[in-house]
Design a protein around this ligand. Structure first.
Ligand code: HEM
Ligand SMILES: *[C@@H]1O[C@H](CO)[C@@H](O)[C@H](O)[C@H]1NC(C)=O
Length: 349
């Protein structure tokens, strides 16, 4: 306890000299809402801070960005895959890099869960970034923070918004395949399901619609949207909200059976560009996943209006997206002396 108190004291002294009126909203104990941690003053909850590595590893974000640039040049889809990793990390026992752990004697890897299996990717890029960070700032930058910085970097490099990333997350010593199966929404979710999944994480409808806008980049497999093409309501009929020519195009790449892993772009207009065309496509019946479509037609009122607003106003989408990413990144982080800073993101120390 003495150690914790003196550590937090040193941290406050170090950082307070750099704070000015530019940071009026600083909230030491609170963690800024949204399902955040143990909360309150006095525990080991410090809250996250953009300046967390200012002295211990000032070059952290530069290292992330230069590795990202290369990885995305090599394979443009990587931006999308890495953005998604942060989501699948945060929704499962908080933003603690649990998603990165491989199977071991004590770990049942989340990589094997239904939403993740044959689907999430980008681990080699995270390994590369971690290796470089360990060279320059040994045992300093957590894997959970790497995921948060990587999600922002991928967004920026795809043409999307920038935001300040609160940092100081620590890495879990556990993973949960059962929570991964339970807490990540499936693509055939109804709107009410989606709202419930997000509410459970302290996220609201604005966050749901804005963050779904991530589907402006990347791809989905046939198995993730087949139900819409052939059997939307257990009736052997397609989802009638699908625009006709889009529907025919999809049936030609995604057969009734087989071909589970054939991929289609989530945003067929501009699959590599982070823009608001995802929302425009939804308005035209060309959203790929059921979970995309129901934001418009799922009788939400609020979400319908948001889809329309984002389709009209890219600036509003970017603004809400950035705020929602910060909120998602704040889901139950491990801070203070909880968890650890892994040396290798795939295994506990
Ligand atoms: C609202 C609920 C959501 C559902 C139901 C959902 C579902 C899916 C599914 C099924 C895929 C395709 C996976 C595959 O077929 O292999 C996908 C891809 C993707 N998702 Fe989501 N997602 C949701 C929210 C989010 C959020 C919040 C983010 C990020 C903040 C995100 C980012 C992405 C990205 C970037 C891809 C493309 C990945 C790639 O190309 O590798 N999604 N999502
Ligand atoms: C979603 O798909 C799963 C697995 O195929 C199925 O069991 C479930 O009934 C589907 N849910 C809806 C709402 O169609």
């Amino acid at each position: 306890m003495v150690l914790k108190v003196s550590f937090s004291f040193v941290l406050i002294v170090l950082l307070s000299s750099t704070f000015s009126s530019a940071h009026p909203g600083l909230n030491w104990g609170g963690g800024g809402g949204g399902g955040g941690g143990s909360g309150g003053y006095g525990g080991d909850y410090f809250g996250l801070l953009p300046e967390f590595y200012q002295y211990s590893c000032p070059q952290a974000n530069d290292i992330v960005m230069s590795a990202l640039e290369k990885a995305i040049l090599r394979e443009p889809r990587m931006a999308a895959s890495l953005l998604r990793l942060h989501f699948h990390d945060c929704f499962v026992q908080g933003c603690d890099a649990s998603v990165l752990l491989d199977d071991s004697a004590t770990i049942a890897s989340e990589k094997r869960s239904n939403p993740n299996r044959n689907s999430i990717r980008g681990f080699e890029v995270i390994d590369e970034i971690k290796a470089k960070l360990e060279e320059e700032c040994p045992q300093t930058v957590s894997c959970a923070d790497i995921l948060a910085l990587t999600a922002r970097g991928s967004t920026i490099l795809s043409g999307g918004p920038d935001w300040e990333v609160p940092l100081g997350r620590r890495d879990s010593r556990t993973a949960s395949i059962s929570l991964s199966n339970r807490d990540i929404p499936p693509p055939n979710s109804t709107l009410q399901n989606l709202v419930n999944f997000f509410n459970r994480q302290g996220l609201d409808e604005v966050n749901l619609v804005a963050l779904s806008g991530s589907h402006t980049i990347g791809v989905a497999r046939c198995v993730s949207f087949r139900q819409r093409l052939y059997n939307q309501n257990e009736d052997n009929r397609p989802d009638e909200t699908l625009e006709r020519s889009y529907y025919y195009g999809l049936t030609s790449v995604c057969p009734r059976s087989g071909g589970d892993n054939i991929i289609s772009p989530l945003d067929l207009r501009s699959p590599r560009k982070f823009d608001n065309s995802y929302f425009k496509l939804i308005l035209g019946g060309k959203g790929l996943l059921n979970s995309d479509e129901v934001l418009l037609t799922g009788n939400g009122g609020r979400t319908t209006e948001l889809v329309k607003s984002y389709a009209e106003d890219e600036g509003l989408f970017f603004n809400h997206f950035a705020k929602s990413m910060v909120k998602m990144g704040n889901i139950s982080p491990l801070t203070g002396s909880n968890g650890e800073v892994r040396k290798n993101c795939r295994r506990i120390n």
